[in-house]
Design a protein around this ligand. Structure first.
Ligand code: IVH
Length: 685
């Protein structure tokens, strides 16, 4: 029985619509329908395809996960070889690269397209008539493996292209990678189910892509950014690499948002520094950046060596991982008494920083990884996180490598160790009697986001406690220049500075003060919520658990900790003495105009279409921001309108955030009071 035309049309319409929503969701990150609406479209398509199996095509959105496991990957010969990149490690290497480019081209002003160097796997994706027909790994550069079924499961890769104007046959090339958050979740899941965890996102991406069963790949959080092309009709190429990427993007193929175009080696280096700074906050891992001569005619003139193009170079970041030896395992006692085993390492450079200790998180984790004194280990420092031991290199374990047992007594004060309700954490029961907890508490009190006492470091706190000059945080305000000057590594000048810093810290805010007290489970956000609500310390101190639980984000456990804290006579005494020493704050104003852009400096360049320069200026100022005329390292945002001038170039060079008009309007909107209120109400519900 022939399929009715009406059904064919409906199936086609559903596929287009689903493709469009996939693109909005996975590439643009701007969905326009709810998950439920999306599911309904998918369900309808699935129903129709089940009823009329002859309509099923490999590029149907229902087929991303459909293919059965295969025995092996078929070889794919690359029509255009997939080459590698030469590496630069220093600024000088980059200048050398540019010198060679200039000499060969006989040109002085070279623009480079710059991109993050993604840490994943190179993949080639072939499109015919707008449909994904084949995907392959790089292999040895000439022959790769057919991984079409696996690549189809990656949601951000279009099975059918958006827009129009694509050549009948072309190849997009790029990197398949696993975003950091997905990697964390995958490992957490694996741990819970007793399965093997991956050492890093790259290994996880490689392992996922090389699955013979695409149903497994489909469950892995993979993503893709395109950075170039293979087969592509010469006469259809735009003039530059960056235009090519924009074109790919318009066809629905994802490209890295952090791309840019810069002038000369200096521009490249500025981009490098900007990305290095951002590296830890990006949602994916990078091992460097890539510079490519932007103009295709110049790329052709430069050509290739046997291994790599002459028009591109990878500028590597310092490695995230290094190998070293565990010299000892110590137990650290935190501010709230938690005992953490810490591996003391033979110092080693990781990601540009010398690392000499790494957290083992807790005793269960230490046992699972089987870390022992004497072991050779891989340490990793990625993101803002503290360095950690990834794994032990078993083959290198010396005979007699020692473990340490979880202690039953606190190593700092000898108090009994108790297990936390969760079961994985051990805690010293000594409270402020424990010198380690006391020390950590004082350090926290002085920290930048708490009382912000400049110059009161760990070594100094040690000395003050040892010499009996302080017993708690309130004693800090009784220290004199005379006393301080006599301490090791202190002089008259540092002693005076510290007393001055202490004096300055007395003027604070209620939120900071509450945070500084170090009440368990009361972080900065909770402290702010408490300050905004109660507006006075006395009122907070008198609040009941029930009253506290009414506040957004405060549950029964936090409420109990707060009430318990203010019941302790010792804590009340410290608070009393702090206030008598002169620690004070203004009563928080409920209806004070919010100044969300306080401390932010803006520079405008080019013209905005939605408002005049004066209006933009007054809107920024109304929200507490400042507008200046010239760009410097201190500038927070450069807002670039139509036809931006040299300030834009300078911003790129200095690595200052550049906002286009839309982003600027978003920022204004997000910062405006009505938005803040809305958030509050949502939170409360
Ligand atoms: S361009 C002919 N751009 O790095 C030039 N490669 O070390 C082809 N990579 O095999 C490569 N991010 O897997 C290029 N933005 C980027 C990249 C990138 C990651 C990988 C790619 C390549 C390897 C070379």
């Amino acid at each position: 029985m022939a399929v009715p035309d009406e059904i064919k049309r409906r199936v086609e319409a559903l596929r287009r619509e689903i493709d469009y929503h996939n693109w909005r969701y996975y590439v643009l990150d701007q969905p326009v329908i709810s998950d439920a609406e999306y599911d309904a479209l998918m369900a309808e398509l699935q129903r129709l395809e089940q009823r009329y199996p002859e309509l099923v095509t490999p590029d149907s959105p229902t087929q991303r996960v459909g293919a059965p496991p295969s025995e092996a990957f078929a070889p794919v010969r690359h029509e255009v070889p997939m080459l590698s990149l030469d590496n630069a490690f220093t600024d000088e290497d980059v200048h050398d690269f540019e010198r060679r480019v200039k000499e060969r081209l006989g040109e002085e002003k070279i623009d480079y397209a710059t991109e993050p160097k993604l840490d994943g796997l190179a993949v080639s994706i072939l499109y015919e008539n707008g449909r994904l027909v084949r995907a392959a790994t790089r292999g040895d550069g000439y022959t790769g493996e057919d991984i079409t079924a696996n690549v189809r499961t990656i949601r951000s890769i279009p099975l059918r292209l958006q827009g129009s104007g694509w050549p009948d046959r072309f190849e997009a090339r790029g990197e398949v990678f696993m975003p950091i958050e997905g990697f964390r979740q995958l490992n957490q899941w694996a741990e819970r189910h007793g399965e093997k965890t991956f050492a890093n996102p790259r290994n996880a991406a490689a392992g996922s892509l090389r699955q013979l069963d695409p149903r497994i790949t489909a469950r892995r959080p993979l993503d893709f950014f395109c950075y170039g092309f293979g087969v592509f009709p010469q006469d259809r190429l735009p003039a530059t690499h960056h235009e090519m990427l924009e074109t790919f993007l318009a066809w629905g193929i994802p490209v890295a948002p952090e791309r840019s175009v810069v002038r000369g080696a200096e521009g490249c280096l500025a981009y490098y520094r900007q990305m290095l700074e951002k590296r830890d906050t990006l949602p994916y891992e990078t091992d460097g950046v890539v510079y490519k001569v932007d103009r295709f005619d110049w790329q052709r003139r430069l050509g290739f060596t046997a291994r790599a193009p002459r028009w591109a170079i990878a500028h590597k970041f310092p490695a995230h991982e290094a190998t070293t030896i565990v010299e000892d395992i110590e137990i650290q006692v935190g501010r709230t008494g938690i005992l953490t085993p810490v591996a003391k390492l033979k110092p080693v450079q990781v990601g540009g920083v010398t690392v000499s200790s790494a957290s083992l998180h807790n005793f269960a984790e230490m046992k699972r990884k089987d870390v022992r004194i004497g072991d050779t280990v891989i340490v990793r420092r990625a993101g803002d996180v503290i360095p950690e031991v990834v794994k032990v290199i078993g083959e290198k374990r010396p005979s007699g490598a020692r473990t340490i047992a979880p202690p039953t007594r606190c190593p700092a004060c000898g108090s009994e160790v108790v297990e936390d309700p969760g079961g994985t954490l051990l805690r010293c029961s000594g409270g402020l009697f424990c010198p380690a907890q006391l020390k950590a508490g004082i350090k926290h009190f002085a920290s930048r986001r708490a009382m912000d006492i400049d110059g009161l470091g760990e070594k100094l706190i040690d000395q003050l406690l040892e010499k009996g000059l302080i017993k708690d945080v309130a004693d800090l305000y009784r220290l004199t220049v005379d006393q301080l000057e006599k301490l090791e590594r202190m002089g008259l000048k540092s002693a005076r500075n510290l007393v001055e810093a202490l004096e300055k810290s007395k003027h604070t805010t209620l939120a900071r003060f509450l945070y500084a007290l170090g009440i368990r489970e009361v972080g900065e956000v909770t402290a702010q919520i408490l300050a905004d609500h109660f507006r006075s310390l006395e009122k907070l101190m008198a609040a009941s658990e029930l009253e506290l639980e009414q506040l957004p984000g405060i549950g029964p456990i936090v409420a109990r900790h707060i009430v318990a804290f203010f019941r302790q006579p010792h804590n009340l005494d410290v608070i009393e003495r702090l206030r008598r020493a002169g620690v004070h704050w203004e009563t928080p104003q409920v209806d004070a105009t919010p100044r969300p852009l306080e401390g932010k400096t803006f520079v405008f360049t080019g013209s905005l279409s939605s408002m005049s320069r004066e209006e933009a200026k007054s809107r920024v100022e109304a929200l507490g921001g400042k507008v200046t005329n010239s760009v410097s390292k201190k500038t927070d945002y450069v807002v670039a309108g139509e036809k931006p001038g040299s300030k834009f170039d300078k911003a790129m060079k200095l690595g200052v955030d550049v906002l286009d008009e839309e982003q600027f309007l978003d920022l204004l909107q997000q910062s405006s009071p009505s938005w803040t209120n809305l958030q509050e109400t949502e939170h409360r519900d």
